[in-house]
Design a protein around this ligand. Structure first.
Ligand code: COA
Length: 198
Protein backbone atom coordinates (compact mmCIF):
# COMPACT_ATOMS: atom_id res chain seq x y z
CA UNK A 1 0.00 0.00 0.00
CA UNK A 2 1.19 3.54 -0.74
CA UNK A 3 1.38 4.54 2.90
CA UNK A 4 4.16 1.98 3.49
CA UNK A 5 6.31 4.12 1.20
CA UNK A 6 6.34 7.04 3.58
CA UNK A 7 6.13 5.53 7.02
CA UNK A 8 9.59 7.05 7.60
CA UNK A 9 8.19 10.54 6.90
CA UNK A 10 9.67 10.38 3.40
CA UNK A 11 10.43 13.99 2.54
CA UNK A 12 9.48 13.45 -1.11
CA UNK A 13 5.85 12.60 -0.30
CA UNK A 14 3.39 15.30 -1.42
CA UNK A 15 -0.34 15.78 -1.64
CA UNK A 16 -1.23 18.34 -4.28
CA UNK A 17 -4.35 20.35 -3.57
CA UNK A 18 -3.98 22.81 -6.45
CA UNK A 19 -3.55 26.07 -4.53
CA UNK A 20 -1.70 24.31 -1.71
CA UNK A 21 0.57 21.34 -1.32
CA UNK A 22 0.81 19.20 1.78
CA UNK A 23 3.77 17.20 3.01
CA UNK A 24 4.92 15.60 6.24
CA UNK A 25 6.91 17.94 8.50
CA UNK A 26 10.69 17.61 8.71
CA UNK A 27 13.38 18.99 11.00
CA UNK A 28 14.36 21.73 8.54
CA UNK A 29 10.83 23.18 8.75
CA UNK A 30 11.52 24.33 12.29
CA UNK A 31 12.39 28.00 11.66
CA UNK A 32 9.47 28.74 9.38
CA UNK A 33 7.04 26.71 11.51
CA UNK A 34 8.13 28.51 14.70
CA UNK A 35 7.94 31.94 13.03
CA UNK A 36 4.40 31.34 11.72
CA UNK A 37 3.22 29.88 15.03
CA UNK A 38 4.81 32.74 17.03
CA UNK A 39 3.18 35.37 14.82
CA UNK A 40 -0.16 33.53 15.17
CA UNK A 41 -0.07 32.86 18.92
CA UNK A 42 -2.98 35.11 19.87
CA UNK A 43 -5.00 33.88 16.88
CA UNK A 44 -4.47 30.17 17.64
CA UNK A 45 -4.18 29.88 21.41
CA UNK A 46 -7.91 30.28 22.29
CA UNK A 47 -8.75 27.26 20.12
CA UNK A 48 -5.87 24.90 20.90
CA UNK A 49 -4.54 22.89 23.84
CA UNK A 50 -2.33 25.08 26.06
CA UNK A 51 1.08 25.62 24.51
CA UNK A 52 3.91 24.34 26.70
CA UNK A 53 6.36 27.00 27.85
CA UNK A 54 8.97 25.62 25.46
CA UNK A 55 6.48 24.92 22.65
CA UNK A 56 8.22 26.99 20.00
CA UNK A 57 11.76 25.78 20.76
CA UNK A 58 13.72 23.51 18.44
CA UNK A 59 13.92 20.64 21.01
CA UNK A 60 10.13 20.74 21.43
CA UNK A 61 9.70 20.64 17.64
CA UNK A 62 12.00 17.61 17.49
CA UNK A 63 9.92 15.88 20.20
CA UNK A 64 6.81 16.66 18.17
CA UNK A 65 8.42 15.11 15.08
CA UNK A 66 9.47 12.03 17.07
CA UNK A 67 5.94 11.53 18.42
CA UNK A 68 4.46 11.92 14.93
CA UNK A 69 7.01 9.46 13.53
CA UNK A 70 6.16 6.84 16.17
CA UNK A 71 2.42 7.21 15.52
CA UNK A 72 2.97 7.25 11.77
CA UNK A 73 4.89 4.00 11.90
CA UNK A 74 1.87 2.41 13.53
CA UNK A 75 -0.53 3.97 11.02
CA UNK A 76 -2.19 6.03 13.75
CA UNK A 77 -1.37 9.57 12.61
CA UNK A 78 -0.62 11.34 9.31
CA UNK A 79 0.69 14.87 9.94
CA UNK A 80 1.08 17.47 7.17
CA UNK A 81 2.27 21.02 6.84
CA UNK A 82 0.42 23.13 4.29
CA UNK A 83 2.31 25.33 1.82
CA UNK A 84 0.99 27.85 -0.68
CA UNK A 85 1.71 26.78 -4.23
CA UNK A 86 1.80 30.44 -5.23
CA UNK A 87 4.44 31.63 -2.75
CA UNK A 88 5.90 28.40 -1.37
CA UNK A 89 5.31 29.73 2.16
CA UNK A 90 4.01 27.68 5.07
CA UNK A 91 0.35 28.55 5.64
CA UNK A 92 -0.66 26.08 8.35
CA UNK A 93 -0.96 22.45 9.33
CA UNK A 94 -3.40 19.57 9.19
CA UNK A 95 -3.24 16.20 10.92
CA UNK A 96 -5.20 13.04 10.42
CA UNK A 97 -4.98 11.27 13.77
CA UNK A 98 -6.60 8.63 15.96
CA UNK A 99 -6.85 6.28 12.99
CA UNK A 100 -8.78 3.17 13.92
CA UNK A 101 -8.95 0.22 11.55
CA UNK A 102 -11.02 -2.97 11.86
CA UNK A 103 -14.72 -2.33 11.79
CA UNK A 104 -14.27 1.43 12.34
CA UNK A 105 -11.98 2.63 9.47
CA UNK A 106 -12.10 6.14 10.89
CA UNK A 107 -9.75 9.05 11.56
CA UNK A 108 -9.91 12.52 13.14
CA UNK A 109 -8.99 15.69 11.26
CA UNK A 110 -7.48 18.70 13.04
CA UNK A 111 -6.07 21.87 11.42
CA UNK A 112 -4.75 25.37 11.91
CA UNK A 113 -3.88 28.35 9.76
CA UNK A 114 -1.27 31.05 10.25
CA UNK A 115 -2.89 34.39 10.99
CA UNK A 116 -1.39 36.14 7.97
CA UNK A 117 -2.62 33.54 5.48
CA UNK A 118 -6.11 32.98 6.91
CA UNK A 119 -9.31 33.36 4.85
CA UNK A 120 -7.62 32.50 1.56
CA UNK A 121 -9.21 29.06 1.26
CA UNK A 122 -5.98 27.22 2.09
CA UNK A 123 -7.37 25.23 5.04
CA UNK A 124 -10.56 24.32 3.22
CA UNK A 125 -8.46 22.98 0.33
CA UNK A 126 -6.23 21.13 2.79
CA UNK A 127 -9.22 19.48 4.48
CA UNK A 128 -10.63 18.37 1.12
CA UNK A 129 -7.20 17.08 0.05
CA UNK A 130 -6.65 15.10 3.24
CA UNK A 131 -10.20 13.70 3.00
CA UNK A 132 -9.44 12.36 -0.49
CA UNK A 133 -6.15 10.90 0.75
CA UNK A 134 -7.88 9.26 3.72
CA UNK A 135 -10.60 7.67 1.59
CA UNK A 136 -8.71 6.82 -1.60
CA UNK A 137 -5.18 6.05 -0.41
CA UNK A 138 -5.64 4.90 3.17
CA UNK A 139 -8.99 3.24 2.54
CA UNK A 140 -10.70 4.87 5.51
CA UNK A 141 -14.43 5.40 5.13
CA UNK A 142 -15.25 7.91 7.88
CA UNK A 143 -13.63 11.14 9.11
CA UNK A 144 -14.47 13.01 12.27
CA UNK A 145 -13.77 16.58 13.39
CA UNK A 146 -14.82 18.73 16.33
CA UNK A 147 -14.84 22.39 17.23
CA UNK A 148 -15.82 24.66 20.07
CA UNK A 149 -19.40 25.96 19.84
CA UNK A 150 -17.97 29.48 19.63
CA UNK A 151 -15.71 28.61 16.68
CA UNK A 152 -18.14 29.51 13.93
CA UNK A 153 -15.35 29.82 11.36
CA UNK A 154 -14.17 26.26 11.86
CA UNK A 155 -17.73 24.91 11.77
CA UNK A 156 -18.46 26.79 8.53
CA UNK A 157 -15.28 25.40 7.02
CA UNK A 158 -16.23 21.81 7.91
CA UNK A 159 -19.69 22.22 6.42
CA UNK A 160 -18.15 23.64 3.23
CA UNK A 161 -15.86 20.59 3.09
CA UNK A 162 -18.92 18.32 3.12
CA UNK A 163 -18.93 17.35 6.79
CA UNK A 164 -22.29 16.99 8.49
CA UNK A 165 -22.95 18.06 12.07
CA UNK A 166 -23.69 14.89 14.03
CA UNK A 167 -23.78 15.80 17.67
CA UNK A 168 -22.43 17.47 20.72
CA UNK A 169 -19.92 16.13 23.22
CA UNK A 170 -19.63 17.48 26.74
CA UNK A 171 -16.15 18.29 28.11
CA UNK A 172 -14.69 16.73 24.96
CA UNK A 173 -11.18 18.25 24.81
CA UNK A 174 -8.97 20.33 27.09
CA UNK A 175 -8.63 23.57 25.15
CA UNK A 176 -6.57 26.50 26.39
CA UNK A 177 -6.52 24.90 29.85
CA UNK A 178 -10.20 24.01 30.26
CA UNK A 179 -12.34 20.96 29.43
CA UNK A 180 -14.67 22.30 26.76
CA UNK A 181 -17.83 21.03 25.10
CA UNK A 182 -17.54 20.51 21.32
CA UNK A 183 -19.72 20.29 18.24
CA UNK A 184 -19.06 17.01 16.41
CA UNK A 185 -18.90 16.60 12.64
CA UNK A 186 -18.51 13.60 10.37
CA UNK A 187 -17.79 12.90 6.72
CA UNK A 188 -18.35 9.47 5.26
CA UNK A 189 -17.12 8.04 1.98
CA UNK A 190 -19.63 7.36 -0.77
CA UNK A 191 -18.80 3.68 -0.38
CA UNK A 192 -19.87 3.69 3.25
CA UNK A 193 -22.89 5.94 2.73
CA UNK A 194 -25.76 3.49 2.30
CA UNK A 195 -28.12 6.42 1.66
CA UNK A 196 -26.06 7.69 -1.25
CA UNK A 197 -27.72 6.94 -4.61
CA UNK A 198 -25.59 4.85 -7.00
C1 COA B 1 -10.49 27.91 11.54
C2 COA B 1 -9.28 28.11 10.63
C3 COA B 1 -8.46 26.82 10.59
C4 COA B 1 -9.77 28.46 9.21
O1 COA B 1 -8.65 28.50 8.38
P1 COA B 1 -8.65 29.41 7.05
O2 COA B 1 -7.47 29.02 6.25
O3 COA B 1 -8.78 30.84 7.42
O4 COA B 1 -9.99 28.92 6.35
P2 COA B 1 -10.36 29.04 4.83
O5 COA B 1 -9.83 30.32 4.24
O6 COA B 1 -10.02 27.78 4.14
O7 COA B 1 -11.96 29.19 4.98
C5 COA B 1 -12.87 28.39 4.27
C6 COA B 1 -14.26 28.77 4.71
O8 COA B 1 -14.42 28.52 6.11
C7 COA B 1 -15.22 29.56 6.70
N1 COA B 1 -14.41 30.38 7.62
C8 COA B 1 -13.09 30.27 7.88
N2 COA B 1 -12.72 31.17 8.81
C9 COA B 1 -13.83 31.84 9.15
C10 COA B 1 -14.08 32.89 10.06
N3 COA B 1 -13.12 33.41 10.82
N4 COA B 1 -15.35 33.35 10.18
C11 COA B 1 -16.34 32.85 9.42
N5 COA B 1 -16.16 31.83 8.52
C12 COA B 1 -14.92 31.35 8.39
C13 COA B 1 -15.71 30.41 5.54
O9 COA B 1 -16.91 29.84 5.06
C14 COA B 1 -14.57 30.24 4.56
O10 COA B 1 -14.95 30.49 3.22
P3 COA B 1 -14.97 32.03 2.71
O11 COA B 1 -13.68 32.67 3.13
O12 COA B 1 -15.11 31.88 1.22
O13 COA B 1 -16.15 32.69 3.36
C15 COA B 1 -8.40 29.30 11.11
O14 COA B 1 -9.24 30.42 11.31
C16 COA B 1 -7.68 28.99 12.40
O15 COA B 1 -6.60 28.38 12.37
N6 COA B 1 -8.24 29.45 13.53
C17 COA B 1 -7.62 29.29 14.81
C18 COA B 1 -7.39 27.84 15.20
C19 COA B 1 -8.62 26.99 14.99
O16 COA B 1 -9.75 27.43 15.12
N7 COA B 1 -8.38 25.73 14.65
C20 COA B 1 -9.46 24.77 14.44
C21 COA B 1 -9.94 24.21 15.74
S1 COA B 1 -11.39 23.21 15.51
Amino acid sequence: MALIDWTGLDSTFRLDGGTVRLRPPKASDYSEWAAVRAASRDFLQPWEPTWARDDLTRPAFRRRLDAWRRDLEQGLTYPFLVFSNETGALTGGITLSNVRRGVAQVGTVGYWSGVHTARRGHTLTAVKTVSRFAFRTLGLSRLEAACLPSNGGSAALLLKAGFVEEGFARAYLKINGEWRDHRLFGLISRERDQTCPD
